[in-house]
Design a protein around this ligand. Sequence first.
Ligand SMILES: [Zn+2]
Length: 276
Amino acid sequence: MSYEKVAENVYAITDGSTRGNIAAFVLPSQIVFIDSGMYLPLIKEFREKLEEEIGRKTSALVITHPHGDHIYGTKVFSDCRIISSKETSDRIRQSRKDLTPEKIEEMKKNAEDPSLFDGLEILIPTETFEHRLVIEDFDEQLIIKRTGGHTEGSSYIYYPKAKALMAGDNLFINSFPWAGDPTANPQKWIDTFKEYLSLDVDFFIPGHGPVSGKKKVQEYLDYFEKVIVLMRKLITEGYSEVKVIERANELEFYPPRQEQWKDLSLKKWYQFLTTK
Ligand SMILES: [Zn+2]
């Protein structure tokens, strides 16, 4: 685990060691973490080291969306506000129930380092919001906004003063995004990319992959639009699901982190386009 200073008052782990990326925004009187990664001991270390380096305490954890690799470290923030959208909170509640001792044992068995799952417990958010929530600290603000896309509850956290935005899994930089969640919505996802591009942001912190600028966001927007336009056209022309997905699959893009992701994602998009 090593964290990087992305910009003034912006820190992140994006090296993959915590699976989902983690960001920390430093405000005048507090530190706010965004997402907690998969491995409790690593986020604990990040929090302790950053608090020591900065000389400020952590007040809140904001969760972008409810996938395991972003919420398994929540227990490190048991003394803080834990904030997410209502949809995300509902799913975290379910994940907490589903994470039985048997399931944790199973994960330990398959893990290279089982100690990373020691003490694993998912905490439920203490505060939820419908569309938007602002954290104010002197003259600075963090704007938290739900957009949907990767999941229905997916939200971004924008720090205007630092020109930084933590996108969670609405951005997978340099890999094919996981778009097969039951609530994934490619249209909302496209709208989210457009919203990102309209904001004054120099540093986009993705859910997976390195920090990047608007050029990368534009690249993902272009790809998503190209796929959706092609799929719509083929569906209108009466092509079968298999054929539509096969043709969409031919459009070149980054390889997925797991082989079946691209196929499952394109299937999900096909379903979305044919059930509306
Ligand atoms: Zn995710």
